[in-house]
Design a protein around this ligand. Sequence first.
Ligand code: LER
Ligand code: MN
Length: 268
Amino acid sequence: MKLSIVLSTQPAKFQAATFKGDLDANLARIASLGYDGVELAIRDPGLIDLDELDRFVHKYNLIVPAIGTGQAWGEESLSFTDPKPTIRSAAIERIKSHVPVAARFRAVIIIGLVRGIVKPGVDHTQAMNWLIEALRECSDAARPHGIRLALEPINRYETTLVNTAAQGLDLIERVGADNFGLLLDTFHMNIEEPSIEESIKQTGERIFHFHVADSNRWYPGSGHLDFKSILGALFATGYAGFVSGEFMPMPDAATGAQKAIEHLRAKT
Ligand code: LER
Ligand code: MN
């Protein structure tokens, strides 16, 4: 099993980014704990020095399996489904600007909350249509670079646009792009899916990336999720990607990251 953990390259409000702050020190810590990779949360690729980031990541022999983009929503309110066309196109351009970063690391681009929420005065069908158009445009921009996009079903308390794996699979049909799939996250699945294992099985080869947190969004092993069964179902699909820790830095980032790796390694 290849394990990674989320690291934010910029200060951010999102609470479940396990590591934030000093890039070099955090990468050193993540590598020394035994992680194989680091999932980078990047608000705006225009604000980062890609060569420098690449050097740091390679210094610690880490792989970057995925790039998180949700801070564009969390910090700037950009989304694919905002009623204002200028905001929708800014969100699309922002996601396209991640393609060179993703290409450098051969990483998946995550579409999390940048999909948006259904804003007052917008109906759900309209929001879904904007979402589909945006995903087609971004998938088309990523395809020539060999880059894949993964939309994450997110629990109902954060958005009403695509909460379950089944809704994600329906969206895949409607978008119709071969480089578009899903990111499944055990925290959201525990809230939304009748059976986490069955939804993993149904999603099958459309699982492009995988987030782990326990039921309380602390490190795996701190709550009531059965990671032996969940990871068994994941690998039974033929999934060969990373299992990426995205959980609260509790009791602190390093302790959570250490306990997660111990628990997950013991379950496979
Ligand atoms: C991001 O990967 C995530 O899981 C969401 O909860 C973001 O709000
Ligand atoms: Mn997630």
